[in-house]
Ligand binder design. Structure first.
Ligand SMILES: [Fe+2]
Ligand SMILES: [Fe+2]
Length: 274
């Protein structure tokens, strides 16, 4: 496979934080995505900074200008932190009004089967939580994939093993890894939240594994000095090519700074050098 001829090109964005963006960052991002002409753009949460209507409207306007299809899920910042009644009893009302259904998104395309999971929880605002029933339903659905479909699960909070608390591990992550990889046969797990680009292999005790990919923020004003990030994931059968795009404060555009190739053989996915 070459990057120029993928079967499917996915752009993975996260943590856009409309309301707290570096000036002009979303326009620069949009221009770059148009040049890449993806099939699909996935946004893994924290669309807004404070879950304000104006911030959701700006996010939706951005999504509607994306080339190809887009799909999103909510992050902790998309729940109203400082309005306790709304946070506890109507945490996703504005997300649903402006963006879509937060909990049941599924994509079933010839090349991929993707389950979006809502990891936001008003009582675990920062760390996040995946509900067992939702994970089991997603795993059972992924398990029914046809040959040739890559199986992907995505959430805002990280699936990879981490210490609990603050920006650490989400509640339910261990069960999610086992269910999605062992039962669902997931090939890729995707997340955001940490504002950090990371590529890892996620193993389960059964010996199976998936590719774990967390992406940084492409727009947050807090991160423009250490780098704004997004990922391009080109997929073609048993080949995956992950391209890391970064923009520093001194850059007028995103630059491709790393690429990671993965090939699937009898033992599963393995990283191969360029
Ligand atoms: Fe965030
Ligand atoms: Fe977050």
């Amino acid at each position: 496979m070459t990057a120029a001829h993928p079967t499917l090109r996915l752009i993975h964005l996260s943590d856009l934080h409309f309301g707290a963006q570096h000036a002009g960052a979303s326009d620069t991002l949009l221009r770059t995505i148009h040049e890449l002409s993806p099939t699909l753009t996935l946004i893994t949460g924290d669309l807004t900074q404070r879950a304000r209507n104006s911030q959701f409207i700006a996010a939706r306007q951005f999504f509607d200008q994306l080339p190809g299809a887009w799909v999103a899920l909510p992050g902790n910042h998309d729940m109203p932190l400082f309005r306790p009644w709304h946070r506890l009893f109507a945490p996703r009302t504005r997300y649903r009004h402006h963006i879509g259904n937060a909990t049941t998104e599924r994509l079933d395309w010839p090349e991929l089967r993707m389950a979006l999971l809502d990891s936001t929880d008003p009582l675990a605002w920062r760390a996040g939580r995946l509900k067992t029933e939702a994970v089991n339903a997603a795993a059972a659905w992924l398990a029914q994939a046809q040959p040739g479909q890559l199986r992907i699960a995505a959430a805002h909070h990280p699936f990879a093993r981490r210490e609990r608390g603050n920006k650490g591990g989400m509640a339910g992550a261990r069960h999610a890894r086992h269910a999605l990889i062992d039962t669902g046969g997931a090939d890729i797990l995707l997340w955001g939240h940490l504002h950090r680009s990371e590529i890892t292999r996620i193993d389960t005790p059964s010996g199976r594994h998936a590719i774990g990919i967390g992406v940084g923020s492409p727009t947050s004003s807090r991160h423009v000095s250490d780098g704004l990030y997004f990922h391009q994931i080109d997929m073609a059968g048993d080949h995956i090519n992950l391209l890391v795009w970064r923009r520093l404060a001194s850059d007028s555009a995103f630059l491709r700074v790393a690429s990671h190739r993965f090939v699937r053989d009898a033992a599963g996915w393995r990283a191969v050098s360029e």
